[in-house]
Design a binder for this molecule. Structure first.
Ligand code: UDP
Ligand code: MG
Length: 339
């Protein structure tokens, strides 16, 4: 006899209710020691509100603090909680991918564990889902909790992304969203290794609607995304969803060729008119440096795409699971199970 209960204290076997929809909450965690307890406390209130059943799928993304121990203790205690622990840090995008692979709900909600994605929104998500929307995403109408630099760069990134990519990401939208099972199944069929999840979420389409919210500050700890990580994230986004950075070089080349032709014509004319002397050391050097840099930038951009091809053809798994924690009888019973 196990002492695993559900979050409301009932024996685990009593939660089989195939008639009530199951919502999976996916929360990636990386060194979130101070954030987990407040998150679980907040989620318990949501779960107890009832109406639907919940399961919580935590993905421990190779934390080096006691995040994993905290999560596995929760999985031992409550039948709604499962923990997928990675063998090392694979990044949030991989953690979300694993969460989608392991979730079993009729709908799936992905959210951060730092309570920057307010759990109160889940009720609205479910309402919209019941109205027939396949995707309900949260839109920050106030990024007051973010630094100016982050707001500025994020705004610029999404505007540029939406200009050059065929797939449009709604502005001010993070990962926080509810997705119907068929959306999740579609995302699971996408095989790529560079997983810019926001792009993939948008790429699959389906009937979507946004819900506004004000983004609060983190409960505990600090952001895992420093400038360099965000920069690489942005490049990943561009390179995964647009070939414009590659193609633009043909046009740049064309324009420069035209300008060179005009310049050469002018030089020939001037030489014919004023006779031949050889000044122009400074302009010559400037041109050499300029074209050298332009070529290096274009080669660098080629490199970005070749590096991604390299990663894709290796076909390594997106993440490696070290261990899955689920208390005895913890897995929510299959929807077909008799109550
Ligand atoms: N996260 C993760 N792996 C990482 C970095 C972050 O699973 O390598 C998780 C983190 O624990 C949090 C979520 O992703 O639940 C969002 O991270 P964070 O709050 O640092 O990002 P921000 O809100 O500043 O964009
Ligand atoms: Mg956060």
């Amino acid at each position: 006899m196990s002492d695993v209960t559900d979050i409301e204290g009932r024996p685990a076997r009593n939660i089989a209710r195939p008639d009530i929809p199951l919502i999976s909450i996916i929360a990636p965690c990386y060194n979130e020691t101070g954030a987990i307890a407040p998150f679980v406390a907040a989620m318990m209130d949501i779960i107890k509100a009832g109406g639907v059943r919940y399961e919580l799928v935590f993905v421990d993304d190779g934390s080096t603090d006691d995040t994993r121990a905290q999560l596995s203790a929760l999985a031992d205690r409550y039948c709604e909680i499962r923990v997928v622990a990675f063998s090392r840090n694979f990044g949030k995008e991989a953690a979300l991918t694993a969460g989608l692979d392991y979730a079993e709900g009729d709908a799936v909600v992905v959210m951060d564990v730092d309570l920057q994605d307010p759990p109160e929104l889940i009720a609205t998500f479910i309402e919209k889902w019941r109205d027939g929307y396949d995707v309900v995403y949260a839109t920050r109408d106030d990024r007051g909790a973010d630094t100016f630099a982050k707001r500025f760069t994020a705004g610029g990134f999404y505007r540029l992304f939406n200009k050059i990519s065929a797939v449009k990401i709604p502005e001010n939208t993070g990962d926080y969203r509810l997705m119907d099972r068929r959306v999740v199944e579609t995302i699971k069929t996408l095989p790529e290794r560079s997983r810019f999840m926001k792009g993939l979420f948008a790429w699959v389409g389906f009937k979507s609607v946004g819900v506004d919210y004000a983004r609060p500050a983190r409960t505990a700890g600090k952001t895992k995304f420093n400038f360099w990580r965000l920069w690489n994230f942005a490049i990943d986004g561009f390179a995964s969803f647009s070939t414009a950075p590659l193609r633009v070089w043909s046009y740049i080349g064309g324009v420069i060729a035209l300008l060179s032709f005009l310049y050469a014509s002018a030089m020939i004319l001037i030489t014919l008119v004023t006779g031949n002397d050889v000044p122009g050391y400074a302009s010559l050097l400037t041109f050499i440096l300029f074209f050298g840099s332009v070529q290096m930038i274009s080669v660098g951009i080629l490199g970005e795409y070749i590096a991604r091809l390299f990663v894709e053809v290796k076909r390594r798994p997106i993440y490696i699971v070290d261990e899955v924690y689920a208390g005895e009888g913890a897995k929510p019973p299959a929807r077909t199970a008799a109550d």
